[in-house]
Design a protein around this ligand. Structure first.
Ligand code: ATP
Ligand code: MG
Length: 226
């Protein structure tokens, strides 16, 4: 009975796709063109782990860039395995990391019900800070400041690293924006004091969590075998 179901989904794959599905142990890299069946491989790989290897969906993490891709995968997996798909730790980097941060927030000094600022919230706060500091809002446009801070966070550059880095200081000075580092500091402090994380913090703080708390890293590494 079980093997019939297995045969079912394996038959819906071409040979290279099947290889990507049945070789479940260790890392696999899949490179293929648009619309050629990558998502199908990932989806069936998860199905195969659950169906053929009896892996608890609780031990599987699947990350995507977009909500659309996450939804698509969940829907397709649900169609094959049913309700069990609910227990998969699957979603976008931002949504999955937010979930991890919610349960570990206190370790980083945030409340577990921390607020998530969307881009508009962040820009509103930046405008407010620029105004309070009596800076020229033509030079310190919310967009520009937001992008600069966002780029720093995405390179895992904290406000302290930023302020201590002469290359950033020079760059900002030559763009007539010498206060950028201090703005970054104030922005981060205000978010933190408000118990809020912006979108970039979800990625940045997850990295901080795992760098500074090896026990946490260990816990998640053990939980997610796949
Ligand atoms: N072996 C196959 N046989 C028949 N149809 C397939 C096969 N592999 C994939 N498909 C179908 O082709 C379409 C594209 O597949 P899929 O979404 O997996 O591709 P993708 O590489 O992830 O695409 P994208 O680049 O858009 O993310 C889907 O409708 C999928 O069901
Ligand atoms: Mg895809």
């Amino acid at each position: 009975m079980a093997s019939e179901v297995q045969a079912d989904y394996l038959n819906e794959l071409n040979p290279p796709q099947r290889e990507g599905v049945v070789n479940t142990e260790g890392p696999t890299m899949l490179i293929a063109g648009a619309g050629s069946g990558k998502t199908r491989v990932l989806t069936y790989r998860i199905v195969h782990l659950m169906r053929h290897h009896n892996v608890d969906p609780f031990n599987i993490m699947a990350l995507t860039f977009t909500n659309k891709a996450a939804r698509e995968m969940r829907d397709r997996i649900e169609k094959i395995v049913g309700n069990e798909a609910k227990n998969l730790y699957m979603g976008t980097f931002h949504s999955v990391f937010a979930r991890i941060l919610r349960s570990e927030a206190s370790k980083l000094g945030y409340p577990s019900n921390f607020t998530i600022y969307d881009t508009d919230d962040s820009k509103t706060l930046i405008k407010q800070i620029v105004k309070e500091k009596n800076l020229d809002d033509k030079l310190y446009k919310a967009n520009v400041v937001y992008n600069r801070i966002s780029a720093a966070k995405n390179r895992l550059v904290s406000w302290r690293d930023y302020i201590n880095n002469p290359i950033y200081a020079e760059d900002d000075a030559s763009n007539m924006r010498p206060e950028m580092g201090k703005l970054y500091q104030t922005y981060v402090t205000r978010c933190f004091n408000a118990g809020a994380m912006d979108f970039d913090d979800l990625l940045f703080n997850t990295n901080v969590l795992f760098q500074e708390h090896p026990d946490e890293l260990n816990k998640y590494q053990h939980r997610f075998h796949y």
